[in-house]
Design a protein around this ligand. Structure first.
Ligand SMILES: [Zn+2]
Length: 257
């Protein structure tokens, strides 16, 4: 029952995230005007804004101009619902659930804005650093405020050093400031203990995805792959299965026994 409510809450947040994903990078207001079709500008009636259901009812097309509605809309809503439910299944009815829901809620728009526009809005990342630290300070997270502070500083600092070193060495910008602030936010919510696993996993997955893209698209092409979604993916993995994964890894390299 509670899980169903949390899932619904996630769907609604996903719906709002869709507005953020479309409007924030275009410098449009989040609150005005109300939702409209990007193709013909026709306003979307209230029943066209029901998460998941509307997409199915409309058959994935605008009622006015029959333009295709991006599959991203229901996908973001479903992902958001599943991630919210995941937090509840992991933490149950607990203070930390509220704090982690905020964390997950911030990551959803960040992933898709970065994928499409290669930017991470400060209001999510910097806002997230503050909220993560406050949550730890208020005792909502299984984390001391000093672990949270150390996570934010070490997360931002280490990635900043890597980005700066890469820039000095190659003269090219490899990583944006948005990634630096995102890892600082992850450190603030998950503590400094999460940083090494998160960086290792995101780099490995990112490298595999990059190689796969090159294999598909030909070696000559240069792809700008945003790193933020990989950081977010690794952070979510750590949030849901971190303890099990670290234990399995230690067992695997023989340090656990
Ligand atoms: Zn339309």
């Amino acid at each position: 029952m509670a899980g169903g409510m949390i899932f619904l809450l996630g769907l609604v947040w996903g719906s709002f995230s869709n507005v953020c994903i479309y409007r924030l990078p275009r410098d449009e207001s989040l609150w005005w005007p109300s939702s409209h079709c990007p193709a013909c500008g026709a306003p979307i009636p209230w029943w066209g804004n029901i998460p998941l259901l509307s997409y199915v009812l409309l058959g994935g097309r605008c009622r006015g101009c029959r333009a295709r509605i991006s599959l991203r809309y229901p996908l973001v809503e479903l992902l958001s619902g599943v991630l919210f439910l995941g937090v509840y299944l992991r933490c149950g009815w607990h203070w930390s659930t509220a704090a982690y829901l905020v964390f997950v809620a911030l990551l959803v728009p960040v992933i898709f804005i970065d994928l499409e526009h290669q930017i991470i809005p400060d209001r999510f990342s910097l806002g997230g650093i503050g909220l993560g630290f406050l949550a730890a300070f208020a005792g909502l997270l299984p984390l001391s405020w000093s672990d949270s502070l150390a996570g934010a500083l070490a997360g931002g600092g280490s990635l900043w050093l890597i980005a700066e070193g890469y820039y000095r060495f190659t003269g090219r910008e490899g990583m944006g400031g948005g990634d630096v602030k995102l890892l600082a936010m992850i450190g603030a919510f998950l503590g400094w203990q999460s940083l090494l696993p998160v960086v290792l996993v995101s780099s490995a997955v990112g490298a595999v995805a990059g190689l796969a893209l090159m294999a598909v698209g030909g070696r000559g092409r240069h792809y700008a792959i945003p790193f933020g979604p990989f950081l977010a993916f690794a952070a979510l993995l750590y949030l849901y299965w971190g303890r099990e994964l670290v234990r399995a890894y230690l067992g695997w390299i023989g340090a656990g026994g």
